[in-house]
Design a protein around this ligand. Sequence first.
Ligand code: PLP
Length: 482
Amino acid sequence: MSTVKFYSGETIPLEMHKVRIVQKLNLVPIERRLGAIAEAGNNTFLLRNRDIYLDMLTDSGVNAMSDRQLAAMMEADDSYAGSETFTRLETRIQDLFGMEYFLPVHQGRAAENIIARVFVRPGTIVPMNYHFTTTKAHIVLNGGSVEEIIVDEGLQVSSDVPFKGNMDVGKLQQLIDTHGAERIAFVRIETGTNLIGGQPHSLQNLREVREVCDRHGLMLVFDASLLADNLWFIKTREPACRDMSIREITRAIADLADIIYFSARKLGCARGGGICTRSQDAFLKMRELITLYEGFLTYGGMSIREIEALAVGLEETMDETMISQGPQFIAYMVEDLARRSVPVITPPGGLGCHLDAMRFLPHLPQAEYPAGALASALYLVSGVRGMERGSLSEQRGPDGSETFSNMELLRLAMPRRVFTLSQVKYAIDRIDWLYRNRDLVGGLRFVEEPKVLRFFFGRLQPTSDWQERLLARFRADFGDSL
Ligand SMILES: *Cc1c(COP(=O)(O)O)cnc(C)c1O
């Protein structure tokens, strides 16, 4: 992004790229959207792309690639073993992270499987700033448990704390004092904490966590899937880092880690993933499992073209204008919505804009899934698809009772370099309209509820005819506009 000032005084995030390949989008009439959301059981995961205008479900595997990435894919050196393409990626990782060893995997959760199998034993604990769904699942599967020790501000919806993703170092020390260092499998830091609104940690916080780990001989693991956004936040929000280049910040972060793993569906705008380490011992232990679960050591389940694109994508991540695009579009959206009093997570983070459904729809009890209802309502009035991150995404307790989540969020992910500013403005306008008409939005109830991961496949019904009434209000206000 560029810091160009407009004559009018307005500042907008100016795109520092141009579009050279496009995909046609549909904006179907609201009557069709009512049909589509009913067919999808009011679950945005079950909508079909042809009925969606802006797909803000996720940033995973849907970031735009650059012309240089596409060109590199054509030159990929395809072979089962010993491919030059793999060596290019390995060399890039060594250069960026200063870590000697690299293991390729097919996506982020595959790295989590390998790391958990090697380092988590029954009864061990993994302290972390915050969990991600697949991370926690792999740790628990191997008999371990997760302790979330995010700073208190991390779970406050509105705040002006710049680093809500920091780990509380005091709580880490307490945890070690209580359980003993031998019970700790490793300490995990997630860059750009996904589930609490893409909130970053500071470089200083990593240094403090490292000190505690060193004192107790603990291994420190970084989940760098959302590193690109976090690099930008460190550069712009941490005064001590203002004069460092993105490359220097990357290296300073990597120097504090024993293992870094990532999903290349996010980091590097490609597909796949990887595990990097400076420890030969850790490398040898994990290497055996790569050939078992992922593939041979020079592809790890990735296609060779993905590997080539990733090598270029990682290098492009060192470009400030490239990594600022997501955070600046998100900031534009969050700040504009906040000015219109729409409840959003602040300060703006990475990943996307998060609507606070508890404050958006205060009349709905959590048992009627406010974040799910908001996802359904927003799709209906705009064709924008978001992802419910609230109680619907939780699992019922063994006795069948609901587990109500801390936050009821509708996540509107911002795939990098995919949308234009006028599309973002459209989303803002329709969210604003929905907020003014929020009294019309009712709840949802399950009609088909799978036991496991119900948010993926579950089907729900509105608790009344609120969707028809919302449609009628839309028509009254917008006439025959889409
Ligand atoms: C997406 C994500 C993962 C999992 O990566 P996949 O490629 O989807 O398997 C792990 N950790 C974080 C922080 C993520 O955002």
